[in-house]
Design a protein around this ligand. Structure first.
Ligand SMILES: [Zn+2]
Length: 473
């Protein structure tokens, strides 16, 4: 509705340009190609207060304006999306996945060897065959960006494929893990994990990966009893130094406090996984916070292994609806195999408890947290496992708005793209979710986004379901 004030402003503006006649003969205004979500409550991803009855204008692939109805005038002809009674927020970012793993039981022969039932070659072929479906599954779950935290060199092709696929999330990747241990069972000629014996070998691997322009370098930093911490530090120093020469950040897998401390001291930008072995101390918390290290807790993944390997995995409603059917079936199939012991992982609950308490402390201290699932590992399904992870983060004691910020801005920071992604503001890429309820009041609202918007395009649920290999509604 045009208010008298605004009509007056238009007249004044026209006069300022010259005369009313000049304004009348000017070419007609272009009909804008975007749309406006009008009347929704905006959660901008920063953790700041919600903004009710707002207008979000999307033009091209970006957010053009966000504000109140008075602040954001609507151009004539602009398509209106009714946001009344709804919430709009940035798309979710899963800051830790592995596309080379399916989430099913056959995907980690180094953990449970089921190659007598399905060869690893066959498993990988299936993973590659279903890649487009996996992409679509993420979008159906409202996950508009993912970070692949390490895999074979063909990870870079996954990123390229996602970039040219309309129904795919944005994908950031690391290459093969620079590792202190080997995993020969996963080596089909392009191993996801490469053991390095010396700082020089570590540098050489970083150089080889840097040529493919990874989004970061990932180190699998396993410190076993008896390992020399100084040697571990020297290795990390070499990786961080070589990565910096290539303008790259380093993410370190260190699930024990001693290793995590070495990683932070050595200049890791990202800690993937929680400290699971013991409570973090004040010095560690302060170092993580003050150095701006991103902490990606992956609380569910260890429990995921435990549930599948103990035969107790029960899919959530979202996993039943949206999870990979082959992976879900595998959890049932293996129960009749001789290799299946049904013993699970006895340490999983203790690790989850310690990891949760450490997350609570780090979040309360103001450390930067990002939500990541480690999807692809056995029991952690691509797509819907994000909901398990967010629930565990909330149960650990993070506030709902902290959790939502970790799942948006936090992930964008892991991608190194926080100036473009992860928050809802003018000028940012329009990766958005339109929701039927308030996710800060109830995280389960995220499980059925009304609309998923990527790069300014409202995606069709039917198209996404077809791409994901799911039956139509
Ligand atoms: Zn991982």
């Amino acid at each position: 509705m045009r208010t008298p004030e605004r009509a007056a402003a238009v007249v004044a503006g026209a006069l300022a340009l010259g005369t009313l006649v000049a304004a009348a003969v000017a070419p007609p205004a272009r009909v804008p190609n975007g749309f406006a979500i009008v009347g929704a409550t905006v959660l901008d991803g920063t953790g700041g207060p919600a903004r009710a009855d707002a207008v979000v204008v999307v033009e091209g692939e970006r957010v053009k304006a966000v504000g109140s109805r008075a602040e954001v005038p609507l151009a004539k002809g602009l398509r209106i999306v009714d946001g009344r009674g709804r919430w709009v927020m940035p798309g979710l970012v899963d800051a830790h996945v592995h596309f080379f793993q399916s989430g099913g039981a056959y995907t980690r022969p180094d953990v449970i060897d089921l190659r007598g039932h399905r060869s690893y070659e066959e498993e990988i072929a299936g993973v590659k065959r279903r890649l487009d479906a996996t992409f679509a599954r993420y979008l159906l779950c409202g996950v508009t960006s993912v970070v692949d935290a390490g895999g074979p060199m063909w990870n870079f092709e996954v990123r390229d494929r996602a970039a040219r696929t309309a129904l795919a999330p944005r994908v950031a990747v690391a290459g093969p893990l620079v590792s202190t241990v080997a995993r020969p069972q996963l080596d089909l000629g392009d191993p996801p994990i490469v053991k390095v014996e010396s700082p020089a070998e570590a540098r050489a691997l970083v150089v080889r990966e840097a040529a493919r322009q990874p989004d970061f370098i990932k180190v699998w930093f396993i410190q076993r009893p008896g390992d020399d911490p100084a040697a571990g530090r020297a290795l990390l120093d070499a990786v961080v130094d070589e990565a910096r020469r290539g303008g790259l950040r380093v993410a370190v897998h260190a699930t024990e406090l001693a290793g995590a401390r070495i990683a932070v001291d050595a200049g890791a930008a990202i800690l993937v996984h929680s400290v699971f072995d013991q409570p973090v101390d004040d010095a560690f918390v302060a170092a993580v916070r003050d150095k701006g290290v991103l902490y990606v807790p992956t609380l569910f993944v260890v429990k995921g292994y435990d549930l599948v390997l103990s035969g107790k995995f029960v899919p959530t409603a979202a996993e039943t609806r949206l999870g990979d059917a082959d992976a879900l079936r595998s959890f049932e199939d293996i129960k009749s195999f001789a290799e299946f012991k049904g013993t699970g992982r006895s340490t999983a609950d203790a690790m989850l408890k310690t990891g949760s308490e450490n997350l609570r402390r780090l979040a309360a201290a103001g450390a930067l947290i990002a939500a990541g699932t480690d999807a692809g590992n056995i029991g952690t399904l691509h797509g819907p496992s994000i909901y398990r992870e967010l629930r565990l983060m909330a149960e650990a004691g993070m506030s709902p708005s902290q959790v939502l910020s970790a799942a948006t801005l936090g992930g964008a920071r892991v991608m190194g793209r926080e100036t473009q992604l992860g928050t809802l503001a003018a000028g940012k890429l329009a990766d958005l979710l339109l929701l039927d309820g308030d996710p800060a009041a109830d995280l389960s609202v995220l499980e059925s986004p009304r609309e998923v918007i990527k790069a300014g395009r409202i995606l069709s649920h039917d198209e996404l379901r077809r791409a994901a290999g799911l039956p139509a509604h």
